[in-house]
Design a protein around this ligand. Structure first.
Ligand SMILES: [Zn+2]
Length: 333
């Protein structure tokens, strides 16, 4: 299968275990050279924009598709690369539109941000990507349609108690900051579990003074909270009484390209699974800039592991995804 051969070629670039095509590296350059050759072979007119993004245009204008070719260190075979390789197949098949390989996605969507800053606005954008999570595998569905890119906040909560001697202060009169923080950690879990699609994590506790024989006087708790849309993110922030120092707004996908994907999935008798994307993507940057945008997820095997050499999707699911992508592009203006 040509898609898989090309993924193998990209995966072989660089040293060490897994994909090693860090944004801005010679390895990312090499991946872009390979993809430029494949675009030319597909009859696309190839150009490189000032940010280094690779664009291959078919003879007729139409919807765009693509993803990124950079990887995290020791990354997987499919993250990003599949979206570019599949896009070349789909646009060659449809005969219109364009393929784009954005630069340097993993470190913060640098290429797609520069692309939208430059002012070009594709008529629509559909990104195919591996799910990087276990939802589709658990649902027994080969493909998923992304409803939106999850928003997130980061915050810190501080709990003040009274430090004291672990041996002399009776239990009844203690004000133990860690006990209060522990109750809050459970509240974080229960609150997120009660909001559909929300997740929240306490990943760091700082206990002061931090001695085994001293009642904790101050505890600082980190909170990472995420939800698929603004209303649910606001509800989560309010319920957890957070004052975030960082907030990334959720980005909804656009009705028309989402409907095109749904129609293609339904036409094949496949289950229609809509799910939010917990990870950021170039698609969020385009959607945020007003481009009508959708994402098609391909089932990740091995319980959804990603950013790892264990990342895996099946040949059958990939073939189906290319087919659905091409069909959706053909339905768009
Ligand atoms: Zn990716």
């Amino acid at each position: 299968m040509r898609v898989n051969d090309r993924l193998d070629e990209l995966y072989a670039i660089g040293e060490g275990a897994g994909a090693n095509r860090i944004g801005g590296s010679a390895e990312e350059d090499r991946a872009h050279e390979l993809a430029a050759g494949w675009m030319e072979a597909a009859g696309l007119a190839v150009e490189v924009d000032p940010a280094g993004n690779l664009i291959g245009r078919a003879a007729e204008p139409g919807a765009w598709t693509g993803s990124h070719l950079d990887s995290v260190p020791n990354g997987g075979k499919y993250d990003g690369a599949l979206g570019v390789v599949a896009a070349i197949e789909a646009v060659e098949g449809v005969g219109r539109g364009a393929v784009v390989a954005f630069r340097d996605e993993e470190r913060g969507c640098t290429g797609s941000a520069a692309f939208v800053d430059r002012g070009e606005r594709p008529v629509a954008f559909v990104e195919l990507h591996v799910e990087q999570g276990p939802v589709l595998e658990q649902a027994g569905a080969p493909l998923g349609i992304v409803s939106g890119i999850t928003g997130m906040v980061r915050a810190e909560r501080t709990f003040e108690g009274a430090a004291g001697h672990a041996g002399t202060v009776p239990m009844a009169v203690r004000r133990d900051a860690l006990v209060a923080a522990a109750e809050y950690v459970l509240q974080v879990r229960d609150t997120a579990a009660g909001i559909d699609g929300a997740v929240a994590t306490v990943g760091r506790l700082e206990v002061l003074p931090g001695a085994g024989n001293v009642i904790p006087g101050t505890v600082r708790v980190s909170v990472d909270a995420r939800a698929p849309d603004r209303e649910r993110l606001d509800r989560l922030v309010a319920a957890l009484r957070l004052d975030p120092f960082f907030r990334l707004e959720p980005v909804p996908m656009t009705a028309a390209p989402v409907a095109a994907l749904r129609a293609e999935v339904e036409a094949r008798g496949l289950p229609v699974v809509e799910l939010p994307s917990g990870a950021g993507h170039d698609a969020a940057i385009l959607a945020g800039a007003g481009v009508p945008t959708a994402m098609l997820f391909v089932r990740s095997l091995n319980r959804g592991v990603s950013h790892s050499p264990d990342e895996k999707s099946s040949d059958e699911d990939i073939a189906l995804a290319v087919d659905v992508l091409a069909g959706a592009l053909a339905r768009l203006p």
